[in-house]
Design a protein around this ligand. Sequence first.
Ligand code: C2O
Ligand code: CU
Ligand code: CU
Length: 495
Amino acid sequence: MPPTRRSVLAAGAAVATAAALPIGLTGCYRSVDTADQVDFETELPMPPLAEARTDASGRKVFELTAQPGRREFRPGRTADTFGFNGDFLGPTLRARRGEEVGVAVRNDLDEATSVHWHGMHLPAEADGGPHQPIPSGGSWEPAWYIDQPAATLWYHPHPHGHTERHVQRGLAGLFIIDDDHEAELNLPREYGRDDIPVIVQDKRFDDNGQISESNTADAGMLGDTVLVNGVIGPYLPIHTRYVRLRILNASTARAYYFGFTNEQDFAVIATDGGLLETPHWTNRVLMSPGERVEMIVESTAGESTVLRSFPPDPDERLFGDSNGGQDSLDILELRPAADLADSPDLPERLTAITRLAESDAVAHRSFSLRSQRINGQRMDMNRIDETVLVDTVEVWEVNNDHGQYHNFHVHDVQFQVLDGDDDLPEAHGWKDTVFMPRRSRKRLIMRFADYADPSMPYMYHCHLLRHEDQGMMGQFLVLEPGQQPQFGTTEHEHD
Ligand code: C2O
Ligand code: CU
Ligand code: CU
């Protein structure tokens, strides 16, 4: 690559002070264009499926160890990394609705971390947020009952103030939930063959080959190199007419606008929390950090295409030029064999989704996103921002009052987007994270079905992880009627 303005700037800044980077680079983010420039030479590796043992009580127990590692992302250049049960990323956990699961987590890092089950409906004490830190050398064994529809969830650390770095270094993995209903549909579901995990992350590597942790944009670190399942330049050999891609945007800051270079349509079949009612055909899908999509892609024998992130229409001003709005990134080549096995036609109907009714909402709350704060406040571990009543429906109105994009994630629940744009899959399915273009408003409706706990909060936050670390996060308790919060400095001081 020729020297760029950015590398010149970066070199100058390294001599001066790294702390000058966030401000210095904000106005002059240099767009990245890797369209047609990526050599797809590495077969896409599949994260292994984690094995589980069944304990005496019939619980399915997984083991995860967060550990330091090293990986040669490019030949001859080794980066210090973190991984679960390996040097980078983690195994795919898989469980079925109705199962009792536990995870024996060990922390072999030199610092505290935590493991959060993103998208999972579970008790707050098992959630793995900032109130469940695992000290260096320590362990943690949460357990819960899986009671939600088939979906592609994920797990990642959530230590207060350090989430970005832990995820950036490689701590992330998928958690797939299966159920009887999904199992009866004619959908590709052979893991690693026609049902493919696609964990997308952008990185920048410094001159020594280390993963860069410096800011490049207001959103955080926008990289110039994309990894899928931990490798650069991957291709996926295809043997069947249909494949199902389970895409996770595990980037810390970047939003992608995915499509294929041959402009073919694909069918989005699931959003964060599970299946859509019907396949949603489109040629673009936007994914901000933390979001998942399952899509079905049809291939033609011998005809390759590339999954690319395109620049969105500049008129829509979705990302903003200083946050990657002009970037084109080649991600993954789909490489069909000369002969493809036929796949059954897609079901016309996937599932039933009962719309939550606004008239059932017992509370309306509003959240204003601005300057790495929510409603003007920064996260305080000792402050409860909201209390909700168990088994009630609420409407949360989120306003992005800022001139740049954010997103909004709520723990514990899957919500529906009220008055959403019908062209977006998010308007039709279960979500736990939504994109918030600059100066936008979305209303979310959700039911806090169970798990009241007066002493342990859940989080809501921007999933641009630098923003989250900077305090763009708040805490809510789920309470029984009449219950008082038992939370605050006095109760927790001596824990
Ligand atoms: Cu994916 Cu609170 O996190
Ligand atoms: Cu989460
Ligand atoms: Cu943000």
